[in-house]
Design a binder for this molecule. Sequence first.
Ligand code: PMP
Length: 412
Amino acid sequence: GSVWGQLPQAPPDPILAVGDAWRQDSDVRKLNLGVGAYRTEEGKPLVLNVVRKAEAALLHDPTLNKEYLPITGDPVFCKLARELALGGDCPAIQQGRVSTVQALSGTGSLRVGAELLATHYKPSRVVLIPKPSWPTHRNIFTKAGMQVQEYRYFEPKSRGLDFQVRLCSHLGEPQRGAVVILHVCVMQVIDPGFLLLAILDVVQSRRLLPFFDSAYQGFASGDLKADAASLRMFANATAPDGGPQELMLAQSFAKNMGLYGERVGALSIISNPLPKTWACKACGRTVHHQQVSLPIHSTVPLPKTWACVASAWAHCALSSSWCDELAGMANSIKAMRSSLTQALRRAGVPGDWSFIEKQIGMFTYTGLTRPQCERLTGKHHVYLTMDGRISMAGLNARGAEYLAGAIVEVIA
Ligand code: PMP
């Protein structure tokens, strides 16, 4: 027998398994609403023009080579990444309190951050993750040795924010100093509006450490700056002890640059000024920079030598044509929200589905129950995660019409 004879079967990844099942379905009406990947009206993957142009230019750049990058990545890329998120005029950046390392997209950035927390963060072992949310958060932090707890924010009836009952009480319960994961568009599908200040207040009163996950900057409003407003508000806030608010940030450029498989991301740590004696001997940066490089070397590989991709990003990051293309993607998703809402009305759906147009970003949490989701997949060839989340980017006009009919049938 094999030395692997006793190997137990691994549980399927909740999102990737949806895509696998969709691929195996031969029905022409099938829809893949699991993975958050932008598609053209014909359902094809999209490479942005700015990326194509930058790659073409770089192919002939004689200064590029394929040497290893420094452990903490390409410094130009890191600088651009943090400025994109926080704004170039952010006091934390200007005061040198932001340390950024390049990592393998959003997942790799979260993983490096989780390792740093597990090894060096003293106030608490607890990480609070939003529910519903991206299922991988749980695995990343558990694997790193942190204790995961959930906070709820979603009100199933209105499919909106349940601020008082759930969010505030759940964030107020855990031990002081716990880490809290917040989506940069705070609740991923829900814009908390003026309640953001109250969220900051709960976070600060429990001395929670915010860890922002920025996987969709630009996809909510179509505007990179507007979508970073919550993050910037936290980053510019004063902590209860009178010093600056500290936080962590994981950025992914999978969606907003369409670089999915290229794995482009960054982890930033925004901290109080640290004593000079703590500076890394090699790079002169804060001790974080040095410590963060340890998990990068031992648990995840060195950043990719994207001389190519990282610099491609650097070339086009601040270009207005990127912003235009990103706004185009965000607007077509918004248009899809109204197409689906209208299709549901035409199909005679009972109840109030106006929440589809109120939610933001790439996804909609439909509030459909697990049995309803199972029926959507089993009977109607509509593939989605069993928490009722659908990727609006996986729909087109015909798909919206078909989905509406299927929803009406499963809730009947
Ligand atoms: N955070 C969230 C909320 C996500 O949805 C995703 C991917 N879909 C990620 C992080 C990380 O993605 P990636 O590793 O592809 O950048």
